[in-house]
Design a binder for this molecule. Structure first.
Ligand SMILES: [Zn+2]
Length: 487
């Protein structure tokens, strides 16, 4: 009994002990699985940045659970940046933008240098400024400036190809033929077009050839300038034209850019216009009356070519446009105040002329009525000139260049002008006079400048091809659609 009694507490102790062991095992299991559940859940939540709070607590698991990746995601998240870090990032962004601005400025300066405008290019770079200071503190800019200054130092007057501006070629065209079939259709005008006009493919080939041979477009105003002497008098002198070695300046002009009525339905443009984007181009009327837009004449064709080849133009020079007035200008009938569209046409012609000047074009008088200035009387010259000054000058702005109609000079002298006609024209502001000759010829006199031009047309191609061979071989230029010599 006592044994039993003695055994009883013993057994109970043993059972309690086992129970405690079981409970402890259970507790350990609960803790273990609970922890496993917690870790698994936590890692699922990692992909949602909003749910993150105790990052880093389970670092030892990171290797097994691609923790590295999710931590990268976290660090790129802006909300976690401190204000200082945000400020640093903004500063970084600003510096990056400034650097891009400087590169863009250098590219712009290089484009100016390409067209021989080194002074403007260098000036542009020197105008750069930030809150930190001027261009001097940016090596990328000072390097570019010294590079451009070195290049500028290699330029030579007239590209070294000529000794004087008097040797510069000046070639001229009339309105270009767009539709060969219409121009050369055998009607009463065909022969005239064959003699005096060039087709667009001919013109494009000539332009390409001139470019390949190193010619560079210059304007009349690039050739000479009037300087004042010590005694107060003035005289004309040659200007310097600094080009890369081997380049050759050339002037191109176009006469009678009026799109005269007689040319209607003969395959020519009918107007120079400005598009809504401000591009200078042409319109042409189709057979069905509809109007198409495109580079149908010299002005937009040269603009397009220079856009593609900026080194073909000296400081943006394009050429000279000689205008009569008797059927208006540039395709606008600004000669007729009774026209219902007179005011509108005048305004539009002014807008186009303004845009052309901004694009590097210059204008000249070609007389109002396309008169032979040697044959007409002085009084006729006066009324004609006055009419041009009244009707055309207000549209294109002032010019001191006169391009002789038919190429006929008002004097026969090869010496110095002295006639009343000269005195009159001089009194009306004309200082530069352009005739026609087969070779470059120029006089720079005290009070005026005279320069001849070479015509580029069917007559030159077919009748006097030998006169052109220094510029190009006419055989490689002539349009297969052009009839043979038929005059
Ligand atoms: Zn003419």
């Amino acid at each position: 009994m006592s044994q039993y009694k003695q055994n009883k507490p013993n057994n109970r102790r043993k059972r309690n002990f086992i129970l405690i062991i079981i409970l402890e095992i259970l507790l350990i299991l609960i803790l273990f699985f609970g922890y496993r559940w917690y870790i698994t859940n936590r890692n699922d939540n990692k992909s949602d940045p909003a749910k993150q709070s105790e990052q880093g607590e389970d670092k030892e698991d990171s290797k097994d659970n691609e923790e590295g990746k999710s931590q990268d995601d976290t660090s790129s998240n802006e909300p976690t940046l401190t204000p200082e870090e945000q400020e640093a990032a903004a500063e970084q962004e600003r510096l990056k933008k400034e650097e891009a601005d400087r590169q863009e400025l250098i590219a712009k300066a290089d484009r100016l240098a390409l067209r021989y405008d080194y002074d403007a290019a260098i000036e542009l770079l020197k105008s750069y400024k930030t809150e930190q200071g001027g261009y001097e503190i940016y090596p990328v800019l000072t390097d570019a400036i010294s590079r451009l200054e070195t290049e500028k130092g290699t330029l030579v007057n007239l590209g070294g190809s000529y000794h004087s501006v008097t040797e510069i070629n000046h070639i001229f065209f009339h309105t270009l033929i767009v539709d060969n079939a219409k121009a050369f259709d055998g009607d009463s005008m065909s022969k005239g077009y064959n003699m005096y006009m060039a087709t667009i493919p001919e013109f494009n080939k000539i332009l390409q050839k001139l470019y390949e041979d190193g010619y560079v477009l210059v304007n009349m105003s690039d050739l000479t300038e009037k300087v004042t002497l010590e005694d107060g008098s003035s005289k004309y002198v040659e200007k310097e034209i600094l080009l890369r070695p081997g380049k050759k300046p050339i002037v191109i002009s176009q006469d009678d850019v009026s799109y005269y009525d007689y040319m209607k339905e003969d395959g020519f443009a009918n107007r120079i216009i400005l598009t809504e984007e401000g591009k200078i181009t042409c319109t042409m009327v189709q057979d069905d009356g509809s109007v198409v837009t495109g580079s149908f004449d010299m002005v937009p064709l040269i603009d397009d070519f220079v856009e593609e080849h900026p080194d073909f133009s000296y400081k943006g020079a394009k050429g000279l446009i000689a205008l009569t007035g008797y059927e208006g200008v540039l395709g606008y009938r600004t000669n007729d105040p009774s026209s219902p569209t007179y005011e509108e046409d005048k305004k539009e012609a002014m807008r186009v002329a303004e845009a052309m000047k901004a694009e590097g074009w210059e204008f000249a008088s070609h007389s109002w009525g396309h008169r032979n200035l040697r044959e007409i009387s002085l009084s006729h010259l006066k009324t004609d000139t006055q009419r041009w000054l009244d009707e055309v000058a207000p549209i294109i702005g002032p010019t001191d260049i006169l391009v002789f109609p038919f190429g006929v000079d008002f004097e026969t002298t090869v010496g110095t002008y002295s006639s009343d006609k000269y005195q009159y024209l001089k009194s009306k502001g004309f200082n530069v006079f352009c005739g026609v000759y087969s070779k470059p010829w120029m006089h720079i006199k005290k009070d005026y400048v005279r320069m001849t031009r070479r015509s580029i047309d069917g007559q030159a191609f077919l009748e006097f091809p030998h006169r052109l061979t220094d510029l190009f071989d006419p055989k490689t230029i002539i349009d297969p659609d052009r009839p043979g010599k038929d005059w």
